[in-house]
Design a protein around this ligand. Sequence first.
Ligand code: PXP
Length: 266
Amino acid sequence: MLAVQVSLAGSPPSRYLPAMPLLLGVNIDHIATLRQARYAQNPSAPNAEPCPIQASHDALAGGADALTIHVRGDRRHMQDADAYRIRAEVPLPLNLEMAVTEEMVGIALKLKPDFVCLVPENRLEITTEGGLNVLANFDKTRMVIARLQDAGIHVSVFIDPDLKQVEAAGEACADMIELHTGAFANATDDHAQAELDRLIAAAKEGHPSVKVNAGHGINYTNLARILTIPHLSELNIGHSIIARSTRVGLTTAVREMKELMAAYNS
Ligand code: PXP
């Protein structure tokens, strides 16, 4: 196992601690997206497939460190019943992505996921488009973070790699930030390095006061550049893994991603 040398205040300078591996949260929303395409009227029907619970077990078998689900206000993919079953039946940490609404706070307090990631939600978007504007919605965000933390839930905020948003997330007492990697993933070659530089700067700004995660648009190809971002704790990846699973199965798709992530050296 890799070891890093750390110097702790008040401790002798040579204490060795194992380096933390980069964790993978597998977003399985698209399994529910596919089910809803056919069974939106009755997602609990015995013949409704594919099954998010089965997919969760497959992700676990491939080495997923956590599951990520987004219960959206419009319930376009994950249903409340999916969330409760996954929580009850799958022995993996659960990360609930949710909008900053009273309805979702109520669900989170009942579901008690290990983590919540606060995200903006726009009814017309295909997927989460931008980061949460913590700065502009500071009081509300701070209050929701505190209510969730009081229930023992660790809270992350999904933000653009903007230093002011990173600072606001810290001031709002978020435990973690998840840096939105979508602009990098969608950038043409000319702009990709500039977007990556923004992510690197944001990660440096956040560390060590908040844990730094990243997600959105990460795939098997652009991962190599994502791994140049320092201080990352966890990546949340959905679309590319589910797309790959149509060729190799979900367990193998997750395992392949984990193998690539093992090269990370924070
Ligand atoms: N992180 C957050 C906060 C998201 O909203 C999403 C998309 O649901 C993801 C990560 C995963 O993004 P992708 O499906 O592009 O891998």
